[in-house]
Ligand binder design. Structure first.
Ligand code: T46
Length: 142
């Protein structure tokens, strides 16, 4: 079963002085970070993603604004809203994602387990569903 879940970060501070949150590789998130990237200036109602990854794990973080992420495991879909700096969304390999910008000109920051590799992407939904339903990820990506 490929995992996806909200990770609630610790918030250190108070409303008088502000807050500090953090996440550390292999402690607060379940992988070591090899890449950080971000998307920005996406127009309101912008739609990105529309793919799955064979091996890559990621956490998505929206420090300003509001983003909806739909995660599909090949059978069912779950909706997440990222609208708080202390909230991350963990997405394992083998999960399709659609990302919708509910407000424009905001950042989506991503920490990823590996370098950019186009051959890790599955950009066709029917191909993804077939792989998921044939147990590609249950069998360790074979
Ligand atoms: C994901 C969502 C949340 C690079 O050259 N290096 C990179 O590190 C990345 C991420 C992308 N690219 C190139 C590949 C494409 O030519 O940038 C172009 C746009 O990438 P893409 O269409 O995949 O962008 P998004 O916003 O749809 O998806 C990205 C990530 O690719 C993806 O892994 O989960 O953000």
């Amino acid at each position: 079963m490929q995992e996806h879940s909200i990770i609630q970060l610790e918030e250190i501070g108070s409303s008088d002085i502000g807050y500090l949150s953090f996440f550390e590789s292999c402690k607060d998130i379940p992988f070591a970070i090899n890449r950080i990237y971000f998307t920005y200036a996406v127009p309101e109602n912008g739609h990105r993603g529309m793919h799955a990854h064979k091996k890559l794990q990621q956490v998505l973080w929206c420090p300003f604004g509001s983003i909806e992420v739909l995660v599909h495991d090949g059978n069912s879909q779950t909706s997440y809203k990222l609208d708080t700096p202390s909230k991350l969304l963990y997405i394992d390999s083998g999960l399709w994602r659609d990302i919708f910008w509910l407000k424009s000109s905001k950042f989506l920051i991503v920490a990823a387990s590996d370098y950019y590799k186009e051959d890790d992407y599955i950009r066709n939904f029917d191909e993804f569903k077939l792989m998921a339903n044939k147990g590609y990820w249950r069998n360790g990506g074979i």
